[in-house]
Design a binder for this molecule. Structure first.
Ligand code: GRF
Length: 198
């Protein structure tokens, strides 16, 4: 399975994917890593793993008054040449429009650090933690889902509950969440790889 991974930050989930492809746990090849942020450490992780990288910022489009849909379409064109079977959004902080998604029907999946329908959008971990502190929830978790135009919605491929502990600080909980994500992202991609072989 040919994988393109989109990141915007440290890329610890990308690292989990790279490690799993190298160990053979995940029968896939990461053929390209794309970031919209130049300083994303994930670009370094990719380069160190010998994976081609692409830095593709939105700013030149917004500075020129060109629409996001044009950015999305150009980004899709760049990625298409890598002939991906799946496109993994792993900490990718840019909402993709149909101008991108329509180029890769049923091939774009996203990792989100909340349970289905619970905390869509940014700062999901913090928002869940605050809800726990208010006594509103006792657990949160993470999921990998197919990407649809609605943010952090779409059919769920795999999910994992990450319960809170009474003495948790936000950092404690965040560390457990990220550890769960690193396992979940590989589990979800294994499901996709199996499905694409069938
Ligand atoms: C992860 O928690 C992911 O779910 C969220 O942003 C974080 C990315 O972390 N969208 P990393 O860049 O993979 O370390």
């Amino acid at each position: 399975m040919r994988l393109v991974v989109l990141i915007s930050g440290s890329g610890s989930n990308l690292q989990a994917i790279l490690d799993a492809t190298r160990s053979g746990e995940l029968k896939a090849e990461v053929v390209l890593v794309v970031s919209n942020h130049k300083a994303a450490y994930g670009l370094t992780r990719a380069a160190e793993a010998g994976v081609p990288t692409l830095y593709f910022p939105l700013k030149p489009y917004s500075d020129a008054g060109r629409p996001r849909a044009e950015y999305d379409a150009d980004l899709a064109r760049q990625i298409m040449s890598s002939q991906p079977d799946q496109i993994m959004l792993a900490g990718w902080m840019h909402m993709l429009s149909p101008a991108f998604l329509d180029c890769f029907p049923n091939q774009v999946i996203n990792l989100h650090p909340a349970l289905p329908g619970a905390f869509p959008g940014v700062h999901a971990i913090e928002r869940a933690f605050e809800a726990f502190q208010r006594g509103e929830i006792s657990q949160s978790g993470c999921m990998v889902h197919r990407v649809v135009p609605e943010l952090d919605a779409g059919p769920v491929i795999a999910q994992r509950v990450v319960p809170f502990q009474t003495d948790d600080t936000l950092d404690d909980y965040e560390a457990r969440m990220h550890a769960a994500e690193h396992e979940l992202v590989v589990e979800a991609l294994r499901i996709c790889a199996k499905n694409s072989d069938e």
